[in-house]
Design a protein around this ligand. Structure first.
Ligand code: FAD
Length: 291
């Protein structure tokens, strides 16, 4: 199928892009921003989405780049995912985000798809929202009222829905540099290499003298949005990092998932089992990276 007809704008500035979004909203016309098009264009072609206007962000100045700012890695929303994956700064200082990026689709998709587009799209099977929860990322958005900062736990609302207003543009993603000695892991199960995950787990661990001092765990591909697993986290803190405790925490994590999704590829119980297995494996992998 081909997309339904739409009007097209390619503004050169963020202010102009926001002005266009606001103007169309005031006129009751459905306008959407276009980033890399790797999710939006298929949705247009299938007519799952039928915006009357597309506002292309690719000419907008100032939305790309990767830099470090006082212990925080700042990535422009329009930075291509492949460049984020290849960035030495990201590879060395935020290896979990690097590993997550390499799991996203294929190189061609990462070349075109933007970092911000994946967060704004908020696909429940995407690696990025789970990593955002684990790393406690922050999102900067600009709208007619100016700029605001949104913490990850308030950003992802439900299935493909974020707390961005319809007249706001995501401009920047901020994530902490990984603290030295942190253990981390991300694992997923997909039908084919590059497919969106049927289920996955991302986590970080910290420890002192073989005892877990902090754990942040999130599952993706299971519910309408990525979810933290607080019972599994709590079960680990204060405990020795050993296989028995990993098995117990994984069982708790799988049990605390509320109504996993069912689809033709994976039932709810299969997804729950996947989270248990992947969580146990991630804990062992992350423990191997501690220190
Ligand atoms: C074959 C295939 C496999 C894929 N596999 C994976 C995978 O394994 N994991 C994964 O996470 N993704 C996967 N994707 C999706 C891919 O990562 C997309 O690049 C990403 O979801 C969207 O980024 P984009 O820049 O292309 O955004 P677009 O498709 O242009 O936009 C997506 C949505 O986000 C909105 N949006 C984009 N940028 C902004 C912004 N700055 N501010 C406000 N709203 C914005 C758009 O309006 C639109 O609603 C896959 C895609 C394909 C085609």
């Amino acid at each position: 199928m081909k997309p339904a007809p739409f009007d097209y704008h390619a503004p050169a500035t963020l202010a102009e892009a926001v002005r266009l979004l606001q103007q169309y909203e005031d006129d009751g016309i459905d306008a959407k921003v276009l980033a890399g098009g790797q999710s939006l264009m298929p949705m247009l072609a299938l007519r799952v989405a039928r915006p009357e206007v597309l506002i292309d962000l690719r000419q907008v100045a100032g939305l790309t780049g990767i830099r470090e700012d006082a212990g925080t890695i700042v990535i422009g929303a329009m930075e291509p995912k492949q460049l984020a994956a290849e960035s030495p700064l990201v590879q060395q200082k935020q290896p979990l985000f690097h590993a997550a990026t390499e799991l996203v689709g294929h190189r061609q998709i990462r070349n075109r798809g933007s970092v911000g587009g994946s967060f704004a799209h908020a696909d429940p099977a995407s690696e990025y929202p789970a990593v955002a929860l684990v790393l406690d990322m922050e999102f900067k958005a600009v709208g007619p009222g100016g700029e605001r900062s949104i913490p990850a736990e308030e950003f992802f609302v439900t299935y493909m829905t974020t707390s961005l207003e319809t007249n706001e543009i995501l401009t920047e993603v901020r994530m902490p540099v990984m603290a030295p000695g942190t253990g981390w892991a991300i694992q997923e199960m997909a039908r084919r290499n590059g497919d969106l995950a049927l289920a996955g787990v991302a986590l970080t661990l910290q420890a002192s003298g073989g005892i877990c001092t902090a754990a942040r765990i999130a599952a993706f591909g299971v519910n309408a949005t990525a979810v933290r697993l607080p019972q599994a986290e709590a079960a680990l803190v204060g405990q020795a990092l050993n296989a028995t405790n990993f098995t117990n925490a994984a069982a708790l994590g799988a049990a605390e998932l509320v109504e996993p999704m069912t689809c033709i590829h994976a039932s709810a119980s299969y997804r729950r089992q996947l989270v248990k297995t992947l969580l146990e494996r991630c804990l062992a992998e992350a423990a191997g990276r501690l220190g």
